[in-house]
Design a protein around this ligand. Sequence first.
Ligand code: NAD
Ligand code: MLT
Length: 536
Amino acid sequence: MTSQVDLPVSRLRVLVTDNLSQRGVDFLRQTPGFDVVVQNKPTPEALKDLCREMDALIVRSATRVTADLLASAPRLKVVGRAGVGVDNVDLEAATARGVVVMNTPGGNTISAAEHTVSMLLSLAKHIPQATASMKGGKWEKGKFLSVELSGKTLGIIGLGRIGSEVAKRAKAFNLRVLAYDPFISAEAAQALGVELVELTELYRQADFITIHTPLTAETKNLISAATIAQMKDGVRIVNCARGGVVNEADLYAALTSGKVAGAALDVFAQEPTTDSPLFSLPNFISTPHLGAASEEAQEAVAVEVAHQVVDYLQKGIIRNAVNAPSIPLEMLRTLQPYLTLGEKLGRLASQLCEGRLAEIHLEYRGEIASLDCVPLTVATVKGILDPIHDSVNMVNALAIAKGRGIRLIESKSTEATDFASLITVALKTDRGKTETAGTLFSRQDPRVVDIDGFRLEAVLDGYMLVFSNLDVPGVIGRMGTLLGQNNVNIAGMQLGRERRGGRAVSIVNVDDPIPASVLDEIRRMPNIVYAKLVRI
Ligand code: NAD
Ligand code: MLT
């Protein structure tokens, strides 16, 4: 299988693997500026070769996006997963490399819920076994005695999107529905007509149990010999969530002993699975990970992921990212100017401070404090790290800060200040503290309004000469003359001082970079405390 594709350089390149539904591919192909390569099920080597040139990779569940693959894809900015589970993507490696990983929650919810209910009914009514028997030329009417769902208790573990849809459908079968989900409120469960209970209670009462959690350290082997022992004798178990949540060896033992009357798995610890002791059991039924394999779901997730990837590459809009803050479009319109302000303020603070960065304290005051400040924090930290770290972005900024042992503190207050909204960035290093505060003028225009307690109002853009001096006559004049003599054009100037004759801090916005020799000369001028050239 060839993996060499000649593509023009300046266009955005997307590799699609895993038989993405055609409508998703068509959308990508019709998007101006995009080149699309479709390579279904490439070998790992071919995949690596192809990814070297790609800006985006779109996969379903088969392609394994490993640390090794990511390391050989220097241009890669985004991995789109058409589906929910991202266990085929090395998230830690993607985050470290600043690659956004997006999934498409919701696109296959209904299909997965319908599949779960089908499994539940098939389990109760022995439909797969009866079909196989008839196809084997038998008429075994007495063998397949079923049970009714009506009046029984269903226990749902994980009451998220799919769990909730299963609950709604279960009500139609007159099932009493219990659920365990530590992250869902009792009110949300109540609105679905579901009783939220502890896990032990769910095990004690449920006739049927269905799991709809992700696979996490906590849910791995959730259904094991120990937990099965807490369940009712004759319980029936369905797992259409993730393989590994049910311990298959323990399930086999419980199905053999009759403790568990029947089980249905759509997902397995190892996939594909073509051989399992479970397949020999008459009270076990299965499907090969078909929960989302409907025409509608596949089309929905393909179109969704294609739109998300294009939006990210073209406009920087992050939706449904699992390793970066997602910002809904309406929110982005409000937040974008603040994201720019935070990033610029971060860049300024970072270039003003001296020494090894130990702590970042971000304070949001006024109107901004009532918005979701998580993306703002990420943008500001990105700005702080930008001057000191290669290739930092919205995905890896917090991880890089954490990796460097930098403490991050955030505080919020909706109380009014002199400005509608104010962001303060305080940086602590082994050599001291630097504090800058900024706001938006006319809701669009980022300004720095405070440096280390000195009030001023300067445009946050381009080259900025920031200096502190003793407030005596002549300093500003000499500075202007020196810059003029060296052909540095002044675009704006702001001064803040503590009192007449005390210390002052000034910002000179300049159109051109100031040569290092001129900067040295400034630092040697009388009454100058410090001078720094900052690039925003
Ligand atoms: P979701 O995020 O909407 O819901 C998951 C729920 O699990 C959340 O409410 C969360 O609070 C809960 N949860 C997390 N840890 C828990 C724990 N330890 N105990 C109890 N609850 C816990 O996700 P979803 O879209 O409903 O998907 C659920 C699962 O189904 C995922 O694993 C997903 O990958 C899988 N899935 C499978 C198929 C398939 O083809 N079989 C299709 C789609 C999704
Ligand atoms: C999902 O996580 O979306 C489902 O398991 C379906 C799939 O893997 O494609």
